[in-house]
Design a protein around this ligand. Structure first.
Ligand code: NAD
Ligand code: MG
Length: 392
């Protein structure tokens, strides 16, 4: 029987509420009011949407990261709503006394310090922002274990693995198998990747997402980041994280156990599935999401990734294996390179070249503390920008 709702809904703070994940999270809240109550919202610059969301959910705390827009938001919301801005505003929301769960759905690493502050305050976190686990997975998971709080994966692959694992120990795992759609250029000959346009790269075959992750899906850096994300979330070495291309995006990922038995999680492609499970965990709750019809699907396909044509995977494997500051450097250089590609300053393969060059020049520091990671991130961004300005 599906679980009965709790006495009170979980009080959830949504950081990045105007984005693709944020909007899906609000859909889940509308659908399951007995399970999820949104109590605070944060966005970067979308003042009108943020104010409208605050109005709809009756929240009393909002944060608009761009301070110049704070007054505009304050004018648009009810007079008893506290409006903050900047990093401090995000941290205040992440540590609100009444909050039970903080959903981190900010693109890039801006959610890292709020996530750490939330953990420090004893809050469970649900993480969509894979970049923060790539940059500082050891720090985040270590702090969470110390404080006894949960880190619930929202990324569909990791949520799938989380469901398959059901809290089993990592030494029973032979392999985590991440599925990848392969992106829009799955079958494009390697010699044509140089000419790929921004519009082509933004056309994802199966998922509708924010721009950054859509480009990452085209380069396969998204899967590379997810390999490192999985390594930290589930405490396995990079050697036990594998990738298989699955163009239909129906099998969200799999776990092969030591007895060579494999469990998979399947559903239609809608991020409301993993978001809901993170919010209601460990309960399974009825919803109106689209069911999976196997007869209509007819077939599920799998193929090996093109490791040599899409170097993102090998770069991520290297970064995850060497560890230390290298994953933070890969992530930061990639963020800058994706931005430059979107502005048509570099070619599509220029994204890989930028990341590879910046990684090559970096001297890895082992067991970095947070400051060392923040410095490595800043340095990598600067080097990526210099390279882009010099070579395009
Ligand atoms: P998006 O671009 O659609 O939205 C990003 C959100 O972050 C927006 O609400 C924006 O206002 C907010 N934001 C950006 N900078 C901010 C800042 N400094 N302070 C506060 N808010 C800020 O991105 P998305 O597709 O929703 O992705 C969000 C994260 O979730 C990314 O890390 C992505 O990798 C991850 N993710 C997304 C999907 C998906 O289906 N979209 C799936 C898995 C993981
Ligand atoms: Mg994913």
């Amino acid at each position: 029987m599906p679980a009965a709702p709790p006495e009170k809904p979980r009080k959830v703070v949504v950081l990045g509420s105007t984005g693709s994940i944020g909007e899906s999270a609000l859909k889940v809240a509308r659908e399951l009011p007995e399970w999820m109550q949104v109590i605070a919202l944060a966005a970067n610059s979308q003042a009108d949407s943020l104010s409208a969301q605050a109005q709809e959910f009756g929240v009393k705390d909002v944060c608009i990261y761009q301070d110049a827009l704070r007054e505009k938001v304050a004018d648009q919301v009810e007079s008893d709503v506290a409006v903050s801005s900047g990093k401090q505003g995000l941290i205040e929301l992440a540590t609100l006394e009444e909050a039970d769960l903080i959903l981190i759905a900010i693109v890039g690493v801006a959610g890292l310090e709020p996530a750490l502050a939330a953990i420090e305050a004893g809050k469970d976190i649900a993480v969509a922002s894979k970049e923060i686990l790539v940059m500082a997975g050891e720090e985040v998971m270590g702090k969470a274990a110390e404080k006894g709080v949960q880190v619930l994966p929202v990324d569909s692959e990791h949520n799938a693995i989380f469901q398959c694992l059901e809290a089993r120990e990592s030494d029973e795992v032979r392999r985590l198998i991440l599925t990848a759609s392969g992106g829009p250029f799955r079958q494009l000959p390697a010699d044509q990747l140089q000419q790929v346009t921004v519009a082509q790269a933004l056309k994802h075959p199966t998922w509708e997402m924010g721009q950054k992750i859509t480009i990452d899906s085209a380069t396969l850096f998204n899967k590379g980041l997810e390999m490192i994300e999985a390594r930290w979330l589930f405490d396995v070495e990079m050697d036990r994280v594998d990738v298989i291309v699955h163009p239909q995006s129906i099998v969200h990922s799999m776990v092969e156990f030591c007895d060579r038995s494999i469990l998979a999680q399947l559903s239609t492609t809608d991020m409301c599935f993993p978001i809901q499970y993170a919010v209601t965990y460990p309960a399974r709750v009825e919803n109106n999401l689209p069911p999976l019809d196997f007869a209509e699907l007819a077939k599920l396909e799998f193929e090996a990734p093109r490791w040599d044509d899409f170097p993102a995977l090998l770069l991520a494997k290297e970064a995850g294996t060497k560890g230390g500051t290298l994953p933070a450097v890969l992530n930061a250089a990639n963020e800058v390179a994706v931005d430059a590609f979107l502005k048509e300053k570099i070619s599509f393969p220029g994204i890989w070249r930028t990341v590879s060059d910046v990684m090559e020049r970096h001297t890895v520091a082992n067991s970095p503390d947070l400051d060392t990671l923040i410095n490595a991130d800043a340095e990598a961004r600067q080097q990526a920008e210099e390279r882009i300005n010099k070579h395009g």
